[in-house]
Design a protein. Structure first.
Length: 268
């Protein structure tokens, strides 16, 4: 647990101390354990920093709506506490939005971003949808959301054939504090990065799920088109592509990261 200037954040810091740093940011209603397959693949060559987003896992869960300014500020505060100047920031869903926010608001702290299974703008009707989920979480708890969330996050084939992995994700959802879920839903109601993406000038990788009903591939392709020189990869997965297609996700991510750095370099 790290106490920053404004919040207590739980994190795991693994890998060689002198290697380039990769920071991993998870989805709504998950925690840093979501990134276990990626941490295992990255830690031979990179220093890997995973953290529980505010309101998630065992990080502090303040009451009230959060903002992306707070979520990106938390990431910067964690880097400051660990005396890390720049990272390669990898995020999925809520974490992918945080990645774009960091690149836009704190570009000096980011060497590259990978934004997976995420949008850049609250869609029409999105604020009302999140308000419904907020009301359900407050009145019935996270158990009322878990089955619908799993159905959005994974394909029917994965739900049917990989029960142990599904059960682990189910437990992450159920363990999410209601205050943290509600707070991050507040940030998702006000997402507004899309029209600023053309101004990004850093290496970027966008990873989409071909069967992701939460974030259609057209949305991901549009973001890729807006960021000059970015890469785009589409996987045969639903929303949590890092788990459903972990090997392919890891291969795409490692290929991208190795193109940005010489492994063992200490400057990033």
């Amino acid at each position: 647990m790290i106490t920053t200037s404004g919040l207590r954040l739980h994190m795991v810091d693994e890998g060689p101390r002198d290697a380039p740093v990769v920071m991993l940011s998870h989805s709504l209603a998950a925690n840093l354990d979501m990134w276990a397959p990626q941490a295992a693949a990255l830690t031979d060559d990179f220093r890997v920093l995973r953290y529980d987003t505010r309101g998630h896992g065992t990080s502090e869960a303040p009451q009230g709506a959060y903002s992306f300014a707070q979520l990106t500020g938390d990431a910067v505060a964690l880097l400051d506490a660990l005396h890390i100047e720049r990272v390669h920031f990898v995020g999925l869903s809520l974490g992918g939005m945080t990645a774009m926010g960091l690149a836009l608001e704190h570009p000096s702290r980011v060497a590259s971003i990978c934004a997976a299974n995420c949008g850049a703008q609250t869609p029409d009707g999105g604020a009302a949808m999140w308000e419904e989920r907020i009301a359900m979480a407050r009145s019935q708890g996270m158990a009322a959301l878990v089955d619908a969330t799993l159905a959005r996050w994974f394909t029917p084939a994965m739900l049917r054939t990989r029960p142990a992995e599904i059960d682990a994700v189910r437990e992450m959802i159920l363990a999410t504090p209601v205050a943290g879920y509600v707070g991050c839903c507040g940030a998702l109601q006000t997402l507004a990065y899309r029209d600023r993406l053309n101004g990004l000038r850093l290496p970027a990788l966008f990873i989409a799920g071909a069967e992701d009903a939460a974030v259609p591939v057209a949305t991901m392709r549009d973001m890729h088109a807006r960021v000059a020189g970015s890469r785009y990869v589409e996987l045969p997965a639903a929303h949590l592509s890092n788990l459903e297609c972990a090997a392919d996700f890891n291969a795409a991510l490692l290929d991208f990261l190795r193109a940005q750095v010489s492994v063992g370099q200490t400057s990033v």
